[in-house]
Design a protein around this ligand. Sequence first.
Ligand SMILES: NC(=O)c1ccc[n+]([C@@H]2O[C@H](COP(=O)([O-])OP(=O)(O)OC[C@H]3O[C@@H](n4cnc5c(N)ncnc54)[C@H](OP(=O)(O)O)[C@@H]3O)[C@@H](O)[C@H]2O)c1
Length: 312
Amino acid sequence: MEYVELGRSGLKVSVIGFGAWQASGKAWGADVEDDQIVKAIVRANELGVNLIDTAEAYGGGHSEEVVARAIREVGRENLVIATKVHGGHLRYDDVLKAAEQSLRRLGVREIDLYQVHWPDPWEQVPLKHTMRAMERLYKEGKIRAIGVSNFAVRDLEEARRHLSEASIVSNQVRYNMLQREIEEEVLPYCRRENITVIAYSPLAQGALTGKYGLSNKPSDNIRRGNKLFTDENLAEITRLLKVLEKIARERSKTIAQVAMNWLLREGNVVPIPGAKNPAQAEENAGTAGWRLSGQELMEIESVLKTLSLDFF
Ligand SMILES: NC(=O)c1ccc[n+]([C@@H]2O[C@H](COP(=O)([O-])OP(=O)(O)OC[C@H]3O[C@@H](n4cnc5c(N)ncnc54)[C@H](OP(=O)(O)O)[C@@H]3O)[C@@H](O)[C@H]2O)c1
């Protein structure tokens, strides 16, 4: 496994993490079993994956409880635990309360990376209140590092202004071959400022694994309405999958591994694929330890340029 430092936090994380949103009951499909997810985390950790991402929002805290089981199996010192405060809990006192509840559900004394899940879109709680609460948790030793999620550059700049002793070490945002919006502003800013980009939905929620197509679409609650899986978009994505499959075959990798390795091409990006079972976790861990060649990256880029996806 390869490791990188999360921002300037001193926390060393594997270049591929593990997303635990899947541990939210059956929202991600009837095949989700808590035991399998615990085993998936254990297997990922055996292969060197140490960054585990969860949130109080995932299954109303259930995901954190499942992660707690994995922590007990693997050993606290072998994991970097990242969780998030809900975007509706951003008042000063609510942040403190949410952190206490996450600590309890996770069964730990300290959260390694505590992230603001998304900026408050409805109540307009001033970010300074949220960040002051985050800094208090940091000073009290209840969290080791502060992160944010779904923050645009304007949000990042403001959030950073309200911190004096701690800094923002990461921004967790959607990033995959098919959804590259962050390349315009967020990614260059984070690179420049040494803020690690934690890439969520690195497999485009399964669209980049090769197993979905026109006659086989995911039907779970989370993905049913996802525009990636419209007939029109799937037809386009199929053209990309053919190229990924060819490269995967030549390199003895899988389509999913090629798709996520592409995210590692320039550094400062840590994908956190969600996995439902040990086999997926094992495959995802195999994204690290090698790199696509310049020629392969060009081949991928030339087909990506021609894709016409409609998210309207
Ligand atoms: N901060 C945020 O707002 C935010 C938003 C979204 C996600 N996240 C985090 O990011 C993590 C990952 O994102 P995501 O879950 O949206 O999408 P993702 O990682 O792109 O896709 C996950 C899904 O892909 C399939 N899969 C995973 N590994 C596979 C493999 N090796 N082979 C074949 N299929 C595989 C699984 O579903 P099937 O087997 O059913 O196809 C799995 O549920 C989440 O768990 C969560 O921790 C954060």
